[in-house]
Design a protein around this ligand. Structure first.
Ligand code: R5P
Length: 272
């Protein structure tokens, strides 16, 4: 059994191989002049393909590798297309259903990390959805911080991270004061003069983090940092976060970037 890295996750694949004590497969990727992708995997009858789906090319790379490796499992640390987990309007494709069909047609098992929703997961039959919140929590263990969920929906996730960090946690609650005013504040904790970590599953455009950070600074937080599993950081989101006063962005390596300083390699290695 070898680890087969995709272009989106070379470092995480390497880390998983090291932790799991597995060899790396020898894989070649080439692009033809017309943009078509070519893959070749040498001497590998059994493999674990590791690649996040951050782009259409990433999905094509995984699809081709699933053909090249005879008995394959696939690890998709960041499962793109998962936000389109239902038809919101008539005539829309349910994108994650299509991705699930592509992956499961050839893979023995599909492993991912914090998929967008239960609805997205429901389109898979052989999915193992791992939770990186304990890993994020452990990263902050021993620090005097408060973890805040930007909304009630992410509260359970943040609770898990905070339990592993052994710190206090809360969520931002929206209270409608009148027809035009909505008040946003932590449900019960006082953040004045505290170092706050806003924890979420994903930072995409950064809008959620920026709104939460502004509010926490208004309430007197000493510092606000952002932590997430998937640092999508679309449309210059990192700049937007820093402009809002956010001190640091910490993410896992499900999406490899400058902010992925917390590795999910051990979590994945233990589950393959
Ligand atoms: C919402 O359901 C998620 O947990 C995130 O809060 C959201 O996807 C973040 O998106 P953005 O960075 O675009 O605000």
């Amino acid at each position: 059994m070898k680890i087969i890295p995709c272009p989106s996750s070379p470092l995480l694949a390497r880390r998983i191989a090291e932790v799991a004590g597995l060899e790396m497969g020898n894989v070649t990727f080439k692009k033809f002049p017309d943009g078509e992708l070519y893959v070749r995997v040498e001497d590998c009858s059994e493999g674990i393909i590791v690649g996040s789906i951050c782009s259409n090319d990433d999905l094509v790379a995984i699809t081709l590798l699933l053909d090249a490796v005879e008995n394959a499992k696939v690890v998709v640390p960041y499962m793109g297309y998962a936000r389109q987990d239902r038809a919101f309007k008539d005539g829309e494709a349910v994108s994650i259903r299509v991705v699930a069909e592509i992956l499961e047609r050839r893979a023995e098992e599909v492993i991912t990390v914090n998929i967008h929703s239960k609805q997205a997961a429901s389109h898979f039959k052989k999915l193992k959805d791992l939770d990186a919140m304990p890993t994020i929590g452990k990263h902050f263990a021993g620090r005097d911080v408060i973890m805040i969920s930007p909304d009630k929906g992410s509260m359970e996730r943040v609770k898990v991270a905070a339990e592993h960090a052994n710190c206090e946690w809360d969520y931002l609650e929206k209270t409608r004061i009148d027809a035009t005013t909505v008040e946003i504040a932590p449900k019960s904790l006082d953040v004045e003069n505290r170092d706050v970590i806003i924890v979420d599953d994903i930072i995409s455009t950064g809008g959620t983090m920026v709104e939460a950070a502004k509010k926490l600074y208004e309430l007197g937080a000493r510092s606000v940092s952002a932590a997430c599993v998937h640092a999508v950081l679309a449309n210059y989101a990192a700049i937007k976060l820093f402009n809002s006063g956010i001190r640091d962005i910490l993410a896992t390596d499900t999406i490899e970037c400058a902010f992925s300083r917390i590795s999910v390699a051990k979590l994945i290695a233990e589950n393959i």
